[in-house]
Design a protein around this ligand. Structure first.
Ligand SMILES: O=C(COP(=O)(O)O)NO
Length: 263
C-alpha cells in the first residue's frame, strides 16, 4: 500500500509572533503537492498554536511539541491533551530526543505524584497512549546518541524506545514514527541515505514481528536530523523513508522544497 509522504516542521523553541506570521505567510503562498501525496504538519511553540491555527492554510496540519501524560491538574507548566483538543490541534510530537536528554523523559521514567497515585513507568509510551485515547495523532520520536551508534547499539536502543510505545498502544493508525539520530539533530551531520534506510528497514521489520504485517506496511517511518533542501531528495528516494521531521530548515523557505521531494 502506498504510504502518504509526511513532512513535519518542528520549529522548536524559536520565534516571535511577527516571525510566525512571516513563516505562515510563506507557507500559505507555497505551491505544494496535494494532501494525498504529501501531508504537511508544522509544530510551533505552545504559545503560538492558536495564532498558527488561525492563520495557516487548511491543508496543512498543526502539532504541539509535547503534552502531559495524563488529564490536566496540578502539574505546573504542563500542557494537557485536553487543552490541545480544545484548540483543535490534531497532532503532537512526543518523545523528542531533546526532551529525553534535557528533561530526562525516557521510556522508563519513575515519577510519583499524589494525583497520579501511582508510578508512571512508561512515560513516553504512556504519553503516546493517552494522547491517542483523546483523539490526537502522534509523531513518536526515537533515536540513538553518537556513543550508542559507535558502540553498535543503535538498533537495540531504537527498538527499546519503539517497544516502550508499542507496549502501550494497540492502534497505530494515528502514529507516525520518527527516527531522529541524536548525533544528526542540529549538527549538520545528516545521516547518509544508507544509514537512514538501514534503521528504517530494521524498524519496519521490528514492527512486522511485534505489531503485525499490516501495521509494518502502513506506519510511516520518517527521518529527522539536519534535513535540508539539498539532502532531502536522496533521503526521500529510500524506500523506507516516508518523510521527514525537519528542525532548523522548517523555519526557512527551503522547507517548501522539502515537501516537494516525492514529485
Ligand atoms: O529535531 C529535529 C531535527 O532538527 P534539525 O533538522 O535542526 O537537525 N526534528 O524534530
Amino acid at each position: 500500500m502506498a504510504r502518504t509522504f509526511f513532512v513535519g516542521g518542528n520549529w522548536k523553541c524559536n520565534g516571535t509572533s511577527d516571525d510566525v506570521k512571516k513563516i505562515v505567510g510563506v507557507l500559505n503562498g507555497a505551491e505544494v503537492p496535494p494532501e494525498d501525496v504529501v501531508e504537511v504538519v508544522v509544530s510551533p511553540p505552545y504559545v503560538f498554536l492558536p495564532l498558527v491555527k488561525s492563520l495557516l492554510r487548511s491543508d496543512f496540519g498543526v502539532a504541539a511539541q509535547n503534552c502531559w501524560v495524563r488529564k490536566g491538574g496540578a502539574f505546573t507548566g504542563e500542557i494537557s491533551v485536553e487543552m490541545l483538543v480544545n484548540l483543535n490541534i490534531p497532532w503532537v510530537i512526543l518523545g523528542h530526543s531533546e526532551r529525553r536528554l534535557l528533561l530526562n523523559e525516557s521510556n522508563e521514567c519513575y515519577i510519583w505524584n499524589i494525583q497520579l497515585l501511582c508510578f508512571s513507568l512508561q512515560f513516553v509510551g504512556d504519553k503516546v497512549a493517552y494522547a491517542l485515547s483523546q483523539g490526537l495523532k502522534v509523531i513518536a520520536c526515537v533515536g540513538e546518541t553518537l556513543e550508542q551508534r559507535e558502540s553498535g547499539s543503535t538498533m537495540a536502543v531504537v527498538a527499546a524506545q519503539t517497544k516502550a510505545i508499542a507496549e502501550r498502544v494497540l492502534n497505530w493508525d494515528n502514529i507516525v514514527l520518527a527516527y531522529e539520530p541524536v548525533w544528526a539533530i542540529g549538527t549538520g551531520k545528516v545521516a547518509t541515505p544508507a544509514q537512514a534506510q538501514e534503521v528504517h528497514t530494521e524498524l519496519r521489520k521490528w514492527l512486522h514481528e511485534n505489531t503485525g504485517p499490516e501495521v509494518a506496511a502502513s506506519v510511516r517511518i520518517i527521518y529527522g536530523g539536519s534535513v535540508n533542501g539539498k539532502n532531502c531528495k536522496e533521503l526521500a528516494a529510500q524506500p523506507d523513508v516516508d518523510g521527514f521531521l525537519v528542525g532548523g530548515a522548517s523555519l526557512k523557505p527551503e522547507f517548501i522544497d522539502i515537501t516537494r521531494d516525492r514529485i
